[in-house]
Design a protein around this ligand. Structure first.
Ligand SMILES: Nc1ncnc2c1ncn2[C@@H]1O[C@H](COP(=O)(O)OP(=O)(O)OP(=O)(O)O)[C@@H](O)[C@H]1O
Ligand SMILES: [Mg+2]
Length: 167
């Protein structure tokens, strides 16, 4: 299918995860849905903190584990940060996250969802980003794109070389 792409990105340290977030925050268009996947402590919140910086959000971004959804409206576009860790799939259904990705109930922005494994019917145009630990420390990010624009965006992220920044 057009737009399908798989990108594997080496993230040797937390700064690299944060920098990947910055790139995504700078480059993603309004209406982007970013489904974050990966085990406990794999770096999902760190990535979203970088996204916040890339969007120009000064407010500290903390994990919405208990609030479920945090909204940040001060940046280039809104950041909607969701954490589904405490919910099962049925409870996730009743959250009506569709109102975020249809943009019927909010200003289009970037919707980043931790523990998106819990979503049964996610939008086809979402970017899927899975974080996993490397044996010697560090992480891998595996990114699955759904559109040609997203392929171009990821190619730009990788070409920018920003991720290689030293700590
Ligand atoms: N690429 C990396 N290499 C090594 N450590 C990292 C990397 N990215 C993030 N970390 C570290 O991993 C730890 C957990 O990060 P974080 O809280 O972002 O994970 P999470 O996936 O959001 O966890 P949770 O599942 O609890 O929500 C933090 O100490 C963070 O600094
Ligand atoms: Mg987290």
């Amino acid at each position: 299918m057009m737009g399908d792409g798989v990108f594997k990105i080496d993230l040797p340290n937390a700064r690299a995860t944060y920098n990947l977030g910055i790139c995504l925050g700078q480059l993603c268009p309004p209406g982007t849905v970013l489904l974050l996947l990966g085990d406990l402590g794999s770096g999902k919140t760190t990535l979203v903190q970088g996204i916040g910086a890339g969007l120009g959000i000064a407010e500290p971004i903390s994990s919405p584990t208990f609030t479920l959804i945090n909204e940040y409206l001060e940046g280039r576009m809104p950041l909607y940060h969701v954490d589904l860790y405490r919910l099962d799939s049925e409870q996730v259904g009743s959250l009506e996250l569709e109102s975020y990705w249809d943009a019927t109930g909010c200003v289009p922005g970037l919707l980043a969802i931790e523990w998106s494994e819990r979503i049964l019917d996610s939008p086809k145009s979402a970017i899927r980003l899975k974080l996993g630990s490397k044996p010697g420390g560090g992480r891998w990010a595996t990114v699955l794109t759904a559109t040609d624009d997203q392929v171009a965006l990821l190619e730009q992220v990788i070409c920018d070389g920003l991720l290689a920044d030293e700590v």
